[in-house]
Design a protein around this ligand. Structure first.
Ligand code: S3P
Length: 436
């Protein structure tokens, strides 16, 4: 099979203005929630990436018509979902399979949810356990996908999330839409709240009181009409690149500034990042704005507690920022990184060491003492989009050429990543390697 790689030459500053692709979390939810709405939803700015395409195809396999006016503009004909003809394949999408599990346990037919080898290694007990407490008939294979779901009568529960996971919170709330009685979810930290915002905007009887979300299943869901804002998690790669490449100044427009997602901006600011963030409006209940990021003399920082969940997807790129910051950066409370697409603590440590980086990996985080000099290297993306994209940024700031093998996975969340960097002035090329 042919394999893409990124070939990166360092030494260029980044300049210019760009948008970033639509938010991945919101795009998954747009197709699933659109399917549940009683009517026709219009969604613009949707993310046409590997993970979200898997959710879209799955939604179609459930008998929902989705018209595509372009890659990013959809019309979703919500209504009754029907039994799929075959197992549903969520490929690499952890959000896709966990959210869909919450929906499928409430259906009057059997279904099987499955995905790639990578997805089959990820823990599903975190959704299986609370869904069973609600009465669901759901079986995993040793706590992993494939998930086999049979019809069952659901009842609301009060559930204390053991980890601050938006995917688990969402699965329980979605099952709550099909349950008898009220569902209450208490979270130990501020996990992203897109499900709550979107369901409330669709007319669900849902309220959030502090860390508690309460849902009553007595309202029909109205269709949506909105534009998905740009994904701050995608923007983070460009922001960190600009902060560590001397002479850079970039401007990113239309980026979601949802406060449950902006931990990375808070921490970079604490490190001395020269950034200007301006709110320009609201999209689907999320504040949206412009971020200007300039090359900055970063200093090390301690990260732990509440902010970790607000930047959980940004730690791979944050590790790169820490390598270029003066002094020590220490991260704790980030053990969840070990159950993402890969064990991101282990994999980032292993790959960054190939550039000559010195990193102390701890059980729930890492310690990095900057400023380090990196040497260009041949590194591997491990079929994890955020790893591959972070390694590209490390390569831009290293001395000498870097090759990131297994780069195609960047398209799981950021289609056109290399092209976007290239437009901003970076020397990044996509090359196809002949394989077996
Ligand atoms: C997501 C929740 C987070 C995040 C993932 C997207 C979501 O996962 O890491 O990329 O859209 O709900 P957890 O809920 O497992 O923390």
């Amino acid at each position: 099979m042919a394999q893409d790689c990124f070939v990166v030459q360092p030494g260029k500053a980044l300049h210019g203005t760009t948008t970033v692709p639509g938010d991945k979390s919101i795009s998954h939810r747009a197709v699933f929630f659109g399917a549940l709405a009683s009517g026709i939803s219009h969604v613009r700015g949707w993310l046409p990436a590997g993970d979200t395409e898997a959710s879209l195809q799955t939604t179609r396999a459930l008998g929902i018509e989705i018209e595509r006016h372009s890659d990013t503009d959809l019309t979703i004909y919500g209504g009754t979902i029907r039994q799929p003809d075959a197992p549903l394949n969520l490929v690499n999408a952890g959000t896709g399979i966990r959210l869909l599990a919450g929906i499928m346990v409430g259906q009057p037919f059997e279904s099987v949810l499955d995905g790639s080898e990578q997805l089959r290694r990820r823990p599903m007990n975190r959704v299986i356990d609370p869904l069973r407490m609600m009465g669901a008939n759901i079986e995993g294979s040793s706590g992993c996908a494939p998930l086999v779901i049979k019809p069952a009568r659901l009842h609301g529960i009060e559930y204390d999330l053991p980890v601050a996971s938006a995917q688990v919170k969402s699965a329980v709330l979605l099952a709550g839409l099909f349950a008898d009685g009220e569902t209450v979810v208490r979270q130990p930290g501020p996990a992203r709240d897109h499900t709550e915002r979107m369901l409330a905007a669709m007319g669900a009887n849902l309220v959030t009181q502090g860390d508690t979300v309460i849902l009553k299943p007595d309202a029909a869901l109205k269709p949506m009409d909105f534009t998905v804002p740009g994904d701050l998690s995608s923007a983070a790669f460009l922001i960190v690149a600009a902060l560590i490449l001397p002479g850079s100044e970039i401007r990113l427009t239309g980026v979601s500034l949802n406060p449950t997602r902006t931990g990375i901006l808070d921490v970079l600011r604490e490190m001395g990042a020269d950034m200007t963030v301006t709110e320009t409006g609201l999209e689907a209940g999320d504040p949206v704005g412009t971020i200007i990021a300039r090359y900055s003399a970063l200093k090390g920082v301690s990260v732990g507690g509440e902010v970790v969940v607000r930047m959980i997807d940004e730690f791979p790129i944050f590790m790169v920022a820490a390598l270029f910051a003066e002094g020590q950066t220490m991260v704790r409370d980030a053990g969840e990184l070990r159950v993402k697409e890969t064990d991101r603590l282990a994999v980032m440590t292993e790959e960054l060491r190939k550039f000559g980086a010195q990193i102390t990996e701890t059980e729930d985080g890492f310690i990095i003492v900057g400023r380090q000099r990196l040497n260009g290297a041949t590194v591997y993306g491990h079929d994890d989009h955020r790893i591959a994209m972070s390694l590209v940024v490390a390569g831009l700031a290293a001395g000498g050429e870097t090759t990131v093998l297994d780069a195609r996975c960047a398209g799981d969340s950021f289609p056109g990543y290399a092209e976007t960097l290239h437009r901003l002035g970076a020397d990044v090329a996509v090359r196809e390697l002949a394989g077996e």
